[in-house]
Write a protein that binds this ligand. Sequence first.
Ligand code: PMV
Length: 309
Amino acid sequence: MSQTSSAPGKMILLGEHAVVFGQPAIAVAVNLRLRCRMEPATSSTLNGAPLSEISHSYVHHAIRLSGHEGPLALTTASEIPSGSGLGSSAAVSTSLLALLLSRRGSFSGEDVARKAFEVELAVQGRASPVDTSTSVHGRGVLIDNAPGENLLWRIQKDSREWYVHHCDVPRLTFVIGFTGIRASTGPLVAKVKRYHDRTVFARDIIQEIGQLTREGITRLRRGDAVGLGELMTKDHRLLTILGVSSPELDRLVSAALPDSYGAKLTGAGGGGSMIALTDRPKQVSEAIRLKGGIPYEVAIGEDGVRIEH
Ligand code: PMV
C-alpha cells in the first residue's frame, strides 16, 4: 500500500550562516510544498531511477538513519525549486523520514527533526538545524543558544547546541525572487567557516548578524514591517561582506527595494533566492521578473511535515 507525506519549504528571515556558529536565526515555512510517496517494491527507486548513494544522497542517508531495510519505490513532486535556498533538500529528508518513522505508528516531530539534521550533516559536512526544524514544525521557528518560552527541542552537535522554539508569525507579505542559479549549501558554509577561522573581522560580522537577529525577533513579534525590513537590508549587506551574495542576488535585491520595506538573500546564497518584505507584491514581482529572476508571492506560516490521508 502506498503512503504519502508532504513538507513545506522555508525562508530564513534573519541569521543564516551566523546560525551555524551558534547565533540566533528566524525562519518561516512557506506555502510551497514537497510531496513524497512511498510504495513497497522489488528494487529501490526514486522517481523511477535506481536509487544511488551519490546522486540521491539526502534520500540515501534518510533511509539509513531511519533503520529501514528493504527496497522502496519513492516518488517526489515538489513546488519548491531545488537548489534555491528555500529548503527543498530539508523537505525531502523530513517528508521521507516522517513516512519511514510512522510505519510503526505516529512519528514524533522531534525525532524527525533530529534525524533530518543528521542527514544534512552527513551530506553537507556542516549545518545548523534551521532548515530541517522549520520543515518539521512549519509556522515560524526561532533558533537560539539558550532555552526560552515555546521551546520545541534542543539539538546538539559536538560543542554546539541549538534551542529550537516555536515563533508566532504575524501577517506580513513576502515575495521570493529565485535567481534560477542552483547553489549548493555545503561549499558556501565551508567558505564562511574558513573566513571565520582566519579573521577577527569575519567573526565580528557574524556577531553583528546575531545582534541584528535578536532585534529582529522583537520587531517580528510586533508585526513591525518597517523595522524588520530595515534589519533585513542590513543583514544582506553583512552577508555580502561575508562573501555569500552574488551579482544576480544583488541585482534582485536592488530591484525589489524601491517597493519594499527591506530585501535580502535567503539561505546559503551564491545564487539561490532573495526575499523582499513588501505591501506591493505585484510591483516587486514585476521588478524581479524584469531583472531575470523568478518571483513567487508566498504565504508564510504554513503547516509543517504531515502524513497525507
Ligand atoms: O540550504 P539553504 O540554502 O536553505 O541554507 C541553509 C542556511 C545556512 O545557515 C547557510 C546553513 C545552515 O545549515 O544553517
